[in-house]
Design a protein. Structure first.
Length: 119
């Protein structure tokens, strides 16, 4: 049995996968976040439309300005920037390059600098 960690719609799971000839999967359980500082305390940034993540521009921990590009979505052969709604720090990137995303799906979490976040 091999163990893998997978992320589905922003939620992380620990999955045991059987090798051929072994018994079926014994358990699938959510992984508890081991780092409280990684818990989303900022505001989620969502996609405006469905598409595929073409490029992730920023990394976790990066400072971003209001309107700054976090990642680029490809939809209907157009490149659409997904931008920060305010000045802040990227807490979590929830989508990777090549991921298919739906309209309204969270793709990043941004913590506001100095005051309560309002987008």
């Amino acid at each position: 049995m091999e163990t893998y960690i997978v992320k589905v719609n922003g939620k992380t799971y620990e999955v045991e996968v059987e090798k051929q000839g072994e018994q079926a999967v014994q358990s699938i359980e959510p992984v508890k976040n081991s780092s409280p500082s990684k818990m989303a305390s900022g505001q989620e940034v969502t996609c405006g439309t469905s598409g595929k993540i073409w490029k992730v521009v920023q990394t976790e921990g990066a400072q971003v300005k209001k309107g700054g590009t976090i990642m680029i979505l490809e939809a209907m052969k157009m490149e659409i920037p997904i931008v920060s709604p305010f000045d802040g720090t990227i807490e979590t990137i929830l989508a990777a390059e090549g991921d298919s995303v739906e309209a309204g799906q969270p793709v990043a979490v941004v913590a506001c600098e100095g005051k309560l976040a309002t987008a």
